[in-house]
Write a protein that binds this ligand. Structure first.
Ligand SMILES: CC(=O)SCCNC(=O)CCNC(=O)[C@H](O)C(C)(C)COP(=O)(O)OP(=O)(O)OC[C@H]1O[C@@H](n2cnc3c(N)ncnc32)[C@H](O)[C@@H]1OP(=O)(O)O
Ligand SMILES: CC(C)C(=O)C(=O)O
Ligand SMILES: [Mg+2]
Length: 513
């Protein structure tokens, strides 16, 4: 099986994403991560762009040892000199020089004839080769260029010393079939093509960057250029993680592999997202938050029985700890029961069915069912885990503008005893919490209280979130009820119960399914 080289251009084309600006420290952090990921080449910047970029490329090149570092330059001496300044101390100095070859670019942007472009390309490669041991040459906008012209200029730059020939789809214009044909054509029609490595560089304007890159590989490309999370100019570049995983999963078809350590992918994606400020869409292939999340009952049941029913990629392959079965209104009993057992609850079939019905009703009204919601439902149904819990039986609050608020509560203790108490407070919620403070066996300190409605309209449910501290342990609780005060009481009791579970080491906060 052949190996395809990965040239990562997150630090150059990726940084061309609108609104992204990486400082030297950030580039170094990403570069180290790319090195761990195992990219063959990383393009660290465009030294002629600014002193800062030149410095960043220099620093990256001085730190990274296990990947080659390259930088971009236009076809002129000053850009190439700037790149040399940044890379001259590299073990194998490597330059990426480019010039546009399409009629549109040559006529309107460069204002050069095709012959002048050939001359500039050849001169720049010759000049660069006096300094750099490896020169990659790119035909910008290659895919809107005349194929015969492309063939002619590629032959000339190889003669001038280019060792890598890159065929960029600069504006994301081409489709996989056409792109593949360009590679085949160049292989068959450029006489000296065997002296060079052929590289693909795709943009995602029509959503085909990855498909085009894979097609190039099918048609003999030796290197693909890509970015983490597919960031880059306009709609972005081909995404590294999608190409790498497609090759790994469909080895049978592509018969090509990379040198990447795939289990570094998730970590690298998160770092790039954090430092660039570009969020990864949840449904993004391979690295999106939902890439390994199953939401619907039929899928969850299938995955519980045999993961491969709905997972072609294992989360571990790309460094994600596990898949996720997300509970929501589409979930079924299998996933629900599984969730309960992971939390340490093993109710009998009847109880599961009862609480499942309540769960479906609540899920119909909520966008997202949280662990807190499920626990609140279980506690409401008096379904106990191994550790017995307190249960709010009823609540009464007296409030008036000229009256001291007073709350009276009844709780069912873990031993099944009904206890009752009352207390006042400066407001209704404080009266409730003062009462619970008297009734529950530990002293809790409330540090946060928030309220939100579940659903719209007058009959919306109230959901209260609290955060409490007890003996240095911080714990969250939530309660849902038609009434705000009842929800407040439930949230507090819920937090207390969680504390009990915690001290019994039933650590369901950390349970993942
Ligand atoms: C497809 C790609 O991603 S290409 C890489 C794109 N990346 C960048 O542009 C980021 C870094 N760029 C920059 O910082 C600046 O554009 C600089 C420093 C390179 C140049 O800045 P300026 O000198 O002010 O020129 P400006 O960017 O406005 O225009 C580009 C000039 O380069 C010329 N040019 C464009 N490509 C090339 C090339 N490959 N070889 C030679 N000249 C080129 C243009 O024709 C234009 O020349 P003109 O001034 O004679 O009209
Ligand atoms: C500089 C080249 C390789 C480029 O980024 C492009 O054409 O998209
Ligand atoms: Mg590009």
């Amino acid at each position: 099986m052949r190996t395809v080289d990965i040239l990562d251009t997150t630090l150059r084309d990726g940084e061309q994403t609108a609104g992204v600006n990486l400082n030297t420290e950030e580039k170094i952090e990403i570069a180290k991560r790319l090195e761990k990921l195992g990219v063959d080449v990383m393009e660290a910047g465009f030294p002629a762009a600014s002193k800062g970029d030149l410095e960043a490329v220099r620093k990256v090149a001085s730190i990274v040892k296990n990947s080659s570092v390259t930088a971009l330059a236009r076809s002129n001496k000053s850009d190439i000199d700037a790149a040399w300044e940044a890379l001259k101390n590299s073990a194998e100095p490597r330059l990426h020089v480019f010039i546009a070859t399409s009629p549109i670019h040559m006529t309107y942007k460069l204002k050069k004839t095709p012959d002048q472009v050939v001359e500039a390309a050849v001169q720049s490669v010759r000049y660069a080769r006096k300094k750099f041991s490896v020169v990659q040459w790119s035909a910008e906008d290659a895919c809107r260029s005349d194929l015969l012209f492309l063939t002619r200029i590629v032959e000339k730059v190889i003669d001038a010393g280019a060792k890598v020939i890159n065929i960029p789809d600069t504006v994301g214009f081409i489709n996989p079939e056409e792109y593949g044909k360009i590679f085949t054509y160049l292989r068959e029609n450029v006489p000296n093509i065997d002296r060079a490595i052929l590289s693909a560089h795709c943009h995602d304007d029509l959503g085909m960057a990855v498909a085009n890159s894979l097609s190039a590989i099918e048609n003999g490309a030796d290197q693909v250029e890509c970015t983490i999370n597919g960031i880059g100019e306009r709609a972005g570049n081909a995404s590294l993680e999608e190409i790498a995983v497609a090759l790994a999963i469909r080895e049978d078809f592509y018969q090509a592999k990379t040198n990447l350590k795939l289990n570094e992918i998730s970590r690298t994606s998160q770092l790039v997202s954090r430092l660039t400020g570009i969020a990864v869409p949840p449904n993004k292939a391979v690295v999106g938050k939902n890439a390994f999340a199953h939401e619907s009952g039929i899928h969850q049941d299938g995955v519980l029985k045999e993961k491969s029913t709905y997972e072609i990629i294992t989360p571990e392959l790309v460094g994600v700890p596990s898949n996720q079965l997300v509970l929501g209104k589409h979930s079924g009993r299998h996933a629900f029961k599984n969730y309960l057992s992971k939390l340490g609850f093993h109710p009998d079939e009847n109880k599961v069915n009862n609480v499942f019905e309540e769960f479906k009703k609540l899920a119909d009204r909520k966008k997202e069912m949280t662990e807190e919601d499920i626990l609140a439902l279980l506690i409401d149904h008096r379904i106990q885990p191994e550790v017995p819990l307190y249960h709010l039986k009823d609540i009464q609050v007296n409030y008036g503008t000229n009256q001291i608020p007073t709350a009276t509560l009844r709780l069912l203790t873990p031993e099944g005893k009904l206890i009752q108490d009352a207390a006042t407070g400066s407001g209704s919620v404080e009266a409730i919490y003062n009462t619970l403070g008297k009734m529950l066996p530990s002293t809790l300190k409330l540090i946060d209280y928030r309220i939100q409605s579940v659903g719209a309209g007058r009959d919306a449910l109230a959901q209260v979130f609290v955060q409490i501290v007890c003996d240095g342990n911080e714990i969250n609780g939530s309660g849902t009820a038609q009434d705000v005060l009842e929800a407040s009481a439930k949230a507090y009791v819920h937090a207390f119960n969680k504390l009990q579970l915690h001290s019994e080491k039933v650590n369901y906060e950390k349970v993942s399914i």
